[in-house]
Write a protein that binds this ligand. Structure first.
Ligand SMILES: NC(=O)c1ccc[n+]([C@@H]2O[C@H](COP(=O)([O-])OP(=O)(O)OC[C@H]3O[C@@H](n4cnc5c(N)ncnc54)[C@H](O)[C@@H]3O)[C@@H](O)[C@H]2O)c1
Length: 336
């Protein structure tokens, strides 16, 4: 499809790290979009990414928005840096895609959600697993089988970003990483009613600055009656597993980002994704902003529900008390 430059969606990016580079690569492959500007407080990072996609670099994201007036913005900052970038987009009426997790503090995400709702803005979030065709297939199977038990896990290494091991910067592993599994759980099995979690940590010489738990376990009660367990650990030197098992009467589904195993007897059937969800999540956002589609599967308000679940697990682990997620419940402000 040949598209005139002037009719291509002009995209700005705030944050120029690892995930921004991934989105920029996908977006520059779209014939109907182009990345025009990159804003990062670290000017060298902004320039390095801008150079890969013919964009202009800014060390001041607000100036980028004012000078470039992009049609849409990708917000790819670490968890602690949310708030100002989103509200800067809302006040200028610019639709945005924001990476998970939405924030460290619940109040920040709630303020953004209210502002987005008032402005009627198109938003999307980085919960790309929802676009995988094996997730769609799992949902179709579950429409015929009532889930009774769920087992979610994320057993991995510490990612190579400095902010990840600091609780006030990342929110910890459940909020930052397990959140993809929590979102999958909500998408496939429904809402969680209550959680009870425990966590622990031990000094790790290779991460002297770490103050996050390196093991968290939780039990869940789902609104529809299913029970569940979750386990997260960053103790490994490799990614061992990240996924969700769902058990119904006579059926076990084992879902990861790379495969779906369907077992009704001792000979499971394995399916592999036939699409690239990391491509499709960007395609859906660009189509929505361009008025050509309506397939944003996790807009901001939806992602906020997943974020509330992650924060509830973290709160329960911190207090040792069960946390209810029933509507209207006010979270414990001392644990935000
Ligand atoms: N959906 C996914 O699969 C996926 C994958 C990787 C990362 N992520 C998420 O993306 C986010 C960023 O991760 P990353 O790996 O790119 O981190 P990173 O540390 O590599 O990059 C973050 C960048 O943001 C910049 N920054 C910080 N505060 C800023 C601000 N206020 N304004 C502008 N720029 C600012 C930093 O200078 C840095 O360049 C994290 O929340 C992470 O969880 C999502």
């Amino acid at each position: 499809m040949a598209v005139k430059d002037s009719s291509r969606l002009r995209i700005g990016m705030i944050g120029a790290g690892g995930v921004a580079a991934r989105h920029a690569q996908v977006l520059t492959g779209f014939p109907d979009a182009r990345v025009v500007a990159i804003g990062d407080l670290d000017a060298a990072r902004a320039t390095a990414l801008a150079d890969t996609c013919g964009a202009k670099a800014y060390a001041d994201p607000g100036k980028m928005l004012d000078d470039e007036k992009p049609d849409a913005v990708y917000i790819c900052v670490p968890p602690f840096a949310h708030g100002l970038p989103e509200l800067a987009c809302v006040s200028r009426g610019i639709p945005f895609f924001v990476e998970k997790p939405l924030s460290v503090e619940l109040a920040v995400a709630e303020q953004i959600e209210a502002a987005v709702r008032d402005a009627g803005l198109i938003t999307a979030t980085g919960y790309h697993w929802r676009y995988s065709d094996i997730v769609t297939e799992a949902a179709q199977i579950l429409a015929e089988h009532c889930p009774r038990v769920v087992i979610g896990s994320w057993l991995d290494k510490v990612p190579p970003v400095p902010w990840w091991v600091q609780r006030d910067r990342s929110g910890g592993q459940v909020v930052e990483q397990l959140t993809h599994v929590l979102d999958l759980l909500r998408a496939l099995v429904g809402e969680v009613q209550s959680v009870q979690a425990s966590s622990s940590r031990a000094p790790r010489p290779e991460h002297p600055d770490s103050d996050i738990d390196d093991v968290t376990v939780a039990t869940l009660q789902m609104v529809e009656g299913a029970l569940g367990t979750l386990t997260a650990s960053s103790l490994l030197r490799h990614k061992h597993r990240a996924g969700l098992e769902i058990i119904a009467d006579g059926l076990a589904l084992d879902l990861t980002e790379t495969e779906l195993r369907i077992s009704t007897n001792t000979s499971p059937v394995t399916r592999f994704p036939g699409n690239d969800p990391k491509f499709d999540v960007d395609r859906a956002f660009v189509d929505a902003v361009s008025g050509r589609g309506d397939d944003v599967r996790a807009p901001y308000a939806e992602a906020l529900q997943t974020h509330r679940l992650g924060l509830a697990i973290a709160e329960s682990a911190a207090t040792g008390r069960p946390v209810s997620l029933t509507p209207g419940r006010q979270p414990d402000p001392t644990q935000r």
